[in-house]
Every structure is written in structure tokens, then in C-alpha cells.
Design a protein around this ligand. Structure first.
Ligand SMILES: NC(=O)c1ccc[n+]([C@@H]2O[C@H](COP(=O)([O-])OP(=O)(O)OC[C@H]3O[C@@H](n4cnc5c(N)ncnc54)[C@H](OP(=O)(O)O)[C@@H]3O)[C@@H](O)[C@H]2O)c1
Length: 260
């Protein structure tokens, strides 16, 4: 049994989540991968090639059934959940002006981007606490780390996808709330806020951002990569993070810096 326990990374079938899962695997954790598709439809060869113990759990992360199964399978396979990364997320199916935003799109984003991380965090935190009690872990020892992958959209207004901004701003408050609640238990809760990262999610707006990047939208003049985000998550989960919780890291090439 791996003494470091396992990391659950939601939405790790591809994109940012897959990069996070790979990095945490290299950091020594066993990995619980998740996605909606059949296992065969994804390429998880990296884990086998690098001797990283892993399982895949299929299902819609917004359902209680999938969340319960995820926790159950993680414990059955690896004994201990040390890390949860709430990464699974979606953008609106179409960009619509705030004045025409549709209720169905709002509900979809809140279900997947906000409600799913809220209740998955609750389930995993309770499991971490149970492990802490059963193994008499002292109050000065780190019990686990939870990282939410939100977005620069937690604070930056995009009026043609307001429901995304609202869902991510609410997820930022989930970070703050659980950080406050779990601090005394030594479960640390952090957040990464990616800017514009080259994945399937942004391929439809690639040309637009190619142009904006060339015009200097970001101080660091390039697309962000999934690995850039994974590196930040890895830092936040590091054992050297011992007396910090409720923090966030912008992974946005300096986009958040006000400039004149
Ligand atoms: N790309 C960016 O520029 C950017 C910027 C800021 C923040 N983010 C955030 O970063 C996270 C990852 O984004 P990405 O760019 O890697 O997106 P992506 O390439 O579209 O991948 C999304 C991942 O989430 C999973 N997923 C989506 N809905 C799910 C559901 N209901 N149940 C289970 N899994 C689900 C997908 O699984 P399937 O394979 O089953 O579809 C996939 O693994 C998201 O939270 C996103 O909001 C991205």
C-alpha cells in the first residue's frame, strides 16, 4: 500500500485534469482518474509506463451516485484519500449575451462547476476525517489537501458567458468556506485560477486568443498549458505547504496584474 495514499482528480480523462493526474502520479500518489466516457476511449498509458498505480471511475460527477462510487473505489483500491482536485468543469455550450442567458445553461454550469465540487469536497473531507480518527493522526500532521480548479473568470467579467463566471466565483467561495471549516483539522484547501489554457475547452476560440496574445493581452505572451496548471497544483499539495490554507494561485501569465 502506497503510504502517500491517493489523489482523486475529477475530470482527468483529458486536458488540465489529465496533466494534474500525471504530475501528482510523478509526485508519488496513487491516482483515481475520472471522466464520463468508457475507459477505452482515453489514453492512460502514461500511468502504466511510469509505474503509477491508478484506477478509472466512469460517471457524471454532478450525480451523488458517481461521487459515492468515487470515494468508495478510492478507499477500496488505495486505503486513504490524501488529495482531492476538483477539476471537472464545463463552459456554456454557446456564448450568449447576459441579457439573453438561458436558465437551462445556468443550471447546467451550476450543477457541474459549483454543486459537484461542493458535495464531492464534503464527502471526501468526511472520509479524510474518518481516516484521521481511526489512525489517531495528531493535530499538527497534515491530513489532506483539497484544490479547486476555478478560473480567472471567478473575478473577470465576461458578459457573453456570465453563467460560467457566476459558477466559478461561487466555487471560489467554496474554497474559502472549506478552508475555514477544515483548518483546525489540518486539511488544507486551496485554489488555482487558470487564465487561458490550450485544451479542448478553448479550441473553438483559438484564433481569437492567438490574436489577443499577439496584441499583448497577457504579460507572458503565450498560451498557458495544462502542465502549467498541473505544476501549480503540485506545489499546493507539496508536503512543504504546512501552515497555509485558503490561498489561490493565478496561473494566467500575469493577466491579473492591473496595467496602464
Ligand atoms: N482551458 C481553459 O482555458 C480553462 C481556463 C480556466 C479554467 N479552466 C477550468 O479547468 C478545468 C478543466 O478544463 P479543461 O480546459 O481541461 O477542459 P476540457 O479539456 O474540456 O476537459 C474537461 C474535463 O472535465 C470532465 N467533465 C466535464 N463534465 C463532467 C461531468 N459532468 N462529469 C464528469 N467529468 C466531467 C471531462 O470529461 P469527459 O472526457 O467525460 O468529457 C474532461 O475530463 C475546468 O474546471 C475549467 O473550467 C479551464
Amino acid at each position: 500500500m502506497n503510504k502517500k495514499g491517493c489523489a482523486i482528480v475529477s475530470g482527468s480523462s483529458r486536458g488540465i485534469g489529465l496533466a494534474i493526474a500525471r504530475q501528482l502520479g510523478l509526485d508519488g500518489y496513487s491516482i483515481v482518474l475520472t471522466g464520463r466516457g468508457e475507459r477505452e476511449s482515453y489514453d492512460f498509458s502514461f500511468f502504466k509506463e511510469n509505474n503509477i498505480a491508478h484506477i478509472y471511475v466512469q460517471g457524471d460527477i454532478a450525480t451523488a451516485e458517481t461521487q459515492k462510487e468515487l470515494v468508495r473505489e478510492a478507499i477500496a483500491a488505495f486505503g486513504r484519500i490524501s488529495i482531492l482536485v476538483n477539476n471537472a468543469g464545463v463552459a456554456p455550450l454557446k456564448r450568449t449575451d447576459l441579457l439573453d442567458m438561458e436558465e437551462a445553461s445556468f443550471d447546467r454550469l451550476i450543477e457541474i462547476n459549483t454543486k459537484a465540487p461542493l458535495f464531492l469536497t464534503q464527502r471526501v473531507a468526511n472520509t479524510m476525517l474518518q481516516y484521521k480518527r481511526e489512525h489517531a493522526i495528531g493535530n499538527n500532521e497534515k491530513v489532506g489537501t483539497i484544490v479547486n480548479v476555478t478560473s480567472c473568470s471567478s473575478t473577470v467579467a465576461s458578459v457573453n458567458r456570465g453563467e460560467y463566471c457566476i459558477s466559478k466565483a461561487a466555487e471560489s467561495m467554496i474554497t474559502t468556506l472549506f478552508a475555514a471549516r477544515l483548518a483546525e483539522e489540518n486539511i488544507l484547501v486551496h485554489e488555482v485560477r487558470p487564465g487561458v489554457i490550450l485544451t479542448d475547452m478553448t479550441k473553438g476560440v483559438k484564433e481569437k486568443y492567438d490574436r489577443l496574445i499577439e496584441q499583448g493581452l497577457f504579460p507572458m505572451q503565450r498560451w498557458g498549458t495544462a502542465e502549467d496548471v498541473a505544476n501549480a497544483v503540485s506545489l499546493l499539495c507539496d508536503d512543504k505547504m504546512t501552515y497555509s490554507t485558503g490561498n489561490f494561485i493565478d496561473v494566467d501569465g500575469g493577466f491579473h496584474i492591473p496595467r496602464l
